[in-house]
Design a protein around this ligand. Structure first.
Ligand SMILES: Nc1ncnc2c1ncn2[C@@H]1O[C@H](COP(=O)(O)OP(=O)(O)OP(=O)(O)O)[C@@H](O)[C@H]1O
Length: 327
């Protein structure tokens, strides 16, 4: 017997929500999904009227759904935002070129302006070239550091007030585990925030902080959104893979585990910066490129130097745990 939707009690249930286990019809699923993102936006004060927001658009499922839902909520709730798509071309043939083609189609479909910035022009190297030099192991270190800065540089060109990314609840819970295992307190306290860099020139916001990856996939599927579904060809980050598997095992036993981990991490209390017990990095500007940095040179400049002077393989061997990826 087909069950009635547990939300509207009228239509037939079509999906079981991974987040709550409740069976709902498609219309209610869309409504609940969109309302929950709206609640995250409102309760965390992610945006203010009149802001220019650069959506980090990779062409993958998360950022494609983000661009679609933000455009829709912006109209529905009159947020008054100017939305832009911002893509970083890392120069990974057979992967990013295909996913950027999806972003180009979405630019037309959603009517949003698009800016593409690329590693070759910013750093002089594509990821294909970097991997030729350093191999596949730990190349995510270079890519993560470069991408983070490239997004900021692109957002500055767009005169954006904020960057919105498609990091979802699964990504955040994984990152909590990773930072916990590494004992990285500064990142552990930051990674759970829906807004990072508040008060800085370019804060980052995560409207999908509480949104389950499985629900994003379902939403994209039912709405027939156009995205590119392949993993990066340069091997997924193995260390993160362990955290991901652990989380998937937890979720299989208890679906609320993902959001439970996030709520638990929100309760962590860390000593204030300045407390002598915990060394928090002091932020200043890179002496060469003026990008924000905790050292004399920013990580992107250090990594670019290592590529240019032929020491990248050594730097890479020592830097795996030191440099974050995309967070
Ligand atoms: N090349 C890129 N250009 C622009 N934004 C990016 C790019 N790569 C990642 N991002 C942003 O960072 C978020 C998290 O990236 P991550 O690499 O974890 O990919 P993901 O979880 O597969 O997301 P997606 O499905 O959107 O690709 C993305 O949702 C997107 O907002």
């Amino acid at each position: 017997m087909v069950r009635a939707c547990s939300s509207c009690k009228v239509d037939k249930a079509a999906v079981k929500r991974p987040k709550t286990g409740k069976a709902v019809c498609k219309k209610c699923f869309f409504g609940l999904f969109e309302d929950e993102v709206h609640q995250t936006i409102i309760s965390n004060k992610l945006f203010s009227k009149g802001e220019r927001v650069a959506i980090g658009a990779s062409g993958g499922k998360d950022s494609t759904v983000l661009a679609y839902v933000l455009s829709l909520l912006n109209r529905r709730h009159s947020y008054g935002l100017d939305l832009f798509l911002l893509s970083v071309d890392e120069g990974i043939s057979g992967y990013r070129d295909d996913s950027l083609a999806a972003v180009q189609r979405n630019k037309v479909e959603y009517g949003l302006p698009l800016l593409v910035v690329d590693y070759k022009r910013l750093y002089g190297w594509t990821m294909d070239q970097i991997v030729q030099v350093i191999g596949r192991k730990s190349n995510c270190t270079f890519c993560g550091v470069f991408r983070r800065q490239a997004l900021d540089r692109g957002a500055t060109l767009l005169k954006a007030d904020k960057v919105a990314t498609g990091h979802n609840a699964d990504d955040i819970a994984e990152t909590i585990f990773l930072n916990f295992l590494r004992g990285d307190f500064p990142r552990l306290s930051r990674c759970v925030d829906a807004v990072t860099g508040r008060g800085s020139e370019l804060p980052r916001v995560k409207p999908f902080k509480y949104t389950y990856e499985k629900e994003i996939v379902m939403y994209a599927y039912f709405k027939q959104l156009d995205y590119f579904a392949t993993e990066c060809v340069y091997s997924p980050n193995a260390y993160r893979g362990h955290a991901r598997q652990f989380l998937k095992d937890l979720e299989a036993k208890r679906p609320s585990a993902i959001v439970d981990v996030i709520h638990a991490a929100e309760q962590f209390r860390f000593p204030e910066p300045g407390n002598p017990d915990v060394a928090m990095p002091v932020q200043r500007k890179c002496e060469r490129c003026s990008y924000i940095s905790s050292q004399r040179l920013c990580k992107a400049c250090i990594l670019t130097d290592s590529l240019n002077n032929g020491t990248a393989a050594q730097v890479n061997r020592f830097s795996t745990n030191k440099f974050s990826s995309n967070e």
